[in-house]
Design a protein. Structure first.
Ligand code: DAK
Length: 261
């Protein structure tokens, strides 16, 4: 498949999706979001891919929803389409991918851009990264997780301040607040993200998927239920060839060869 607003590549077992609409600061237009959904789905279905990097390149991650596309829309348009043109389907799919997705963020990740990064499994930030939920400055509010994921990750005060005032957060503050896993020089961002994804992609895919599911459960379940789910997932790994191989390799002092089985 060819894409107009994305660059889609692979490096070994890593799928890399680069948002590519530089003239509009990678604003998340309907065609771009639909392409993003298709590209992620293709990697999810591809057995040769073990992990995914989502980036906007080294200038900007994404400036949010396409404001020009939305400016004439009325409530009924937005409501009936469940936010324009089936776009919600791509967002929902994003949240249900089972393979890990790393957001590699350089420059602005604003509004829907910040929400898109937060919908990934973890965020690696360049030292140029800037996060914000400026929707209130447009007379609206975050609509794709900004009030929910941000509050869970950085806490109520910071989330409230950012969503209520539109104040942006730089990479260092984002790291202190736990929004990003770490900050790297912008020139190294892509390589670091691909390296992390390659590390994951070389491991046992069933174990990786169970870990992702279990960590995500921490945000959606009471502790006792989350612990039960984690315990059951841990026990399930004892049904995989990879778990046997991993422990046998350790005991034999050799590198494990995981098959994803
Ligand atoms: N939409 C459309 N065009 C945009 C854009 C955007 N979000 N951001 C930038 N552009 C365009 C500019 O209009 C300009 O176009 P031309 O004038 O050249 O035609 C070009 O990109 C360059 O922009 P600037 O000249 O402003 O560039 P700067 O580098 O000076 O500034 C900036 C970059 C990102 C700081 C600035 O452009 C900016 O503040 N942009 C708007 C950021 C913003 O307010 N974002 C929030 C949008 S609301 C949901 C899904 C998503 C959402 C909600 C629900 N569901 C699934 C339910 C999300 C909502 C939002 O994100």
């Amino acid at each position: 498949m060819s894409y107009d607003h994305l660059i889609v590549e692979t490096e070994g077992r890593v799928g890399i999706v680069t948002l590519h609409r530089p003239a509009a600061r990678n604003a998340l237009s309907t065609p771009l979001v639909n392409e993003l959904g298709a590209a992620l789905e293709a990697f999810e279905q591809d057995p040769a891919i073990g992990a995914i990097v989502l980036t906007g390149g080294d200038q900007v991650f994404a400036a949010g929803a396409d404001i020009k596309e939305l400016q004439e829309a009325g409530f009924v348009d937005i409501f009936l389409a469940d936010f324009p043109h089936g776009r919600a389907a791509a967002w929902k799919r994003m949240a249900t991918l089972r393979k890990p997705v790393i957001a590699a963020v350089a420059g602005f990740a604003l509004g829907g851009g910040c929400e898109l990064a937060m919908a990934c499994d973890f965020i690696l930030a360049a030292d140029t990264a800037v996060f914000g939920q400026p929707e209130v400055l447009l007379g609206t509010m975050p609509g794709a997780g900004g009030t929910q994921r941000l509050a869970r990750v950085v806490g109520k005060s910071k989330a409230m301040e950012m969503c209520l005032t539109g104040r942006r957060m730089d990479a260092q503050e984002a790291e202190r607040a736990g929004l990003v896993s770490r900050v790297v020089p912008v020139a190294e961002l892509r390589a670091e993200a691909v390296k992390a994804a390659a590390t994951i992609a070389a491991l046992s895919l069933p174990a990786v998927m169970m870990i992702k599911e279990s960590v995500n459960a921490a945000y959606e379940t009471p502790l006792a239920e989350g612990l039960r789910l984690e315990r059951r997932a841990f026990q399930s790994t004892f049904a995989t060839e990879d778990r046997r191989e991993g422990m046998a390799a350790f005991a034999a002092k050799r590198k494990p060869e995981f098959k994803g089985r």
